[in-house]
Design a protein around this ligand. Structure first.
Ligand code: ASP
Length: 350
């Protein structure tokens, strides 16, 4: 076999190598560029990015047709102090990188533990002299939600609602079932007498005499946390002198409570039957989502136009995904407070 002399093929080999270099380099460069622009897959969810670094918290303790002269100076101080205490709790959680849902639950717990408001201790009585409490919570990031209704032995219904959201496949548990679930989840239970307050009892007697059903003092909280997540929660004793297992809007997701990271977080208070029928909290969110309305115009339309025409009184607190706060009510007063990460803070009753 004839031997090929290397010196004859050398120039061809060099030419082939020079010709092939661009073809070899292009995919290598392309791959490197792609790697640089693709975020690394998160291997741990312990460290979560803060998207906004700002937080907003709004709380309410009911809307009603009261004016300044209806509330004594001493009571005004008490109401404001408790609202401030709850607000400070929320600020503390949010400032320290806490999550919206945690802030909502813990703020509402403080309001539930106070006899000043119609939620938890301080809840109004049913016609039959019982306290039947309702609460709900919603996580705007996941659209998960939990609620309990008609409970009489759960110290903090908002915590039971949160457990329904996180530890059950359901959204709303009522009465005895909610009680059994709370027990299973080690939620603090109390004797129903824990909810007795003389003030609410006397009020019920008046309502029975006048044959009236009235609402007052439901509590709620909406939050935008530093991670850009929204949450809302509401807790109530319902309306004084209510009959036959009546459940209001507060534990109904979409009526009294709604949160969606796409739009806003809403907590309502007022005549529950109207808030259920007009799906108030969700309606506000839907107007933002489908009609591109601002939170302010959506809330004003629903509360001051639609509800007024229908005859439903009450109001809402809300915060949108950009941190805009709206407090909107068609009554004369609404107990509320808010705080922002820039230090702005307010407690207002009328
Ligand atoms: N919305 C509550 C209910 O109807 C009452 C209230 O907000 O005061 O149960």
């Amino acid at each position: 076999m004839r031997k090929i002399d290397f010196k004859y093929i050398k120039p061809y080999l060099y030419a082939l190598i020079i010709f092939a270099i661009p073809f070899l380099l292009v995919p290598i460069i392309k791959n490197a560029k792609k790697k640089a622009s693709t975020p690394q897959k998160q291997t741990t969810n312990k460290v979560k990015e803060k998207t906004a670094n700002n937080y907003v918290i709004v709380i309410h303790a009911g809307a009603g047709n009261f004016i300044k002269k209806d509330i004594s100076e001493t009571m005004e101080i008490k109401y404001k102090a408790k609202l401030l205490e709850a607000l400070e709790k929320g600020i503390d959680i949010l400032k320290n990188d806490g999550h919206a849902v945690d802030a909502v639950e813990n703020v509402i717990k403080i309001l539930e533990d106070s006899p000043l408001f119609n939620a938890g201790k301080g809840a109004v009585f049913t016609h039959n002299g019982k306290n039947e409490l309702d609460a709900s919570i919603m996580d705007g990031k996941t659209l998960n939600a939990g609620a309990v209704a008609e409970v009489s032995n759960i110290k903090n219904p908002i915590s039971a609602a949160r457990k329904v959201m996180t530890n059950s496949p359901h959204v709303l548990l009522v009465g005895r079932g909610a009680y059994l679930f709370a027990k299973q989840q080690n939620i603090e239970l109390v004797d129903s007498s824990y909810f007795f307050t003389q003030k609410r009892w006397d009020y019920l007697q008046k309502q029975i005499k006048r044959n009236k059903i009235e609402k007052h003092g439901t509590v709620g909280c909406v939050v935008l946390d530093k991670f850009g997540d929204l949450a809302a929660g509401t807790s109530t004793g319902g309306i004084s002198n209510k009959h036959f297992g009546r459940v209001g809007d507060s534990p109904i997701i979409g009526a009294g409570t709604y949160a969606n990271n796409k739009t806003c977080a809403v907590s309502a208070t007022g005549h529950g039957e109207y808030f259920i029928r007009y799906v108030v909290a969700y309606d506000i969110s839907a107007l933002m989502e489908y009609k591109n309305m601002t939170l302010d115009s959506a809330a004003n339309y629903v509360i001051k136009d639609k509800l007024v025409k229908a005859g439903g009184d009450g109001g809402i607190i809300a915060v949108d995904k950009d941190g805009n706060i709206v407090v909107c009510y068609n009554t004369t007063g609404m107990f509320r407070a808010y705080a922002k990460s820039d230090g702005e803070e307010k407690v207002v009753l009328y």
